[in-house]
Write a new protein. Structure first.
Length: 93
């Protein structure tokens, strides 16, 4: 596999993991949005899910496992940010 092919494979793995985490985070907090905004988020999630499914059908087992491992890692990282334990400082009024 060429370096470009390896980078493309890694990009697909990262994209899939990010999409799964992003979609689950959106879904978790969707109740806080107005109805029209919810519809936009739902459309985004559906489109992202369909695209990820298409990508996953073309990945080998090792890459699929990498997606799962990276998804777990990103879940932990994302929820650490949401809980406010690290990185993001929200300004107070």
């Amino acid at each position: 596999m060429t370096e470009l092919e390896q980078q493309t494979q890694r990009a697909l793995i990262v994209f899939c993991a990010l999409s799964v985490v992003q979609n689950e985070a959106y879904t978790h907090f969707l109740g806080r949005f107005k109805h029209l905004e919810k519809q936009k988020f739902n459309d985004l999630i559906r489109s992202s899910d369909m695209f990820v499914k298409t990508i996953k059908t073309n990945l080998d087992e090792q890459s699929l496992k990498a997606v799962e491992q990276m998804t777990d890692y990103m879940h932990n990282f994302t929820y650490t940010l949401i809980k406010g334990d690290e990185y993001i400082e929200i300004p107070t009024k």
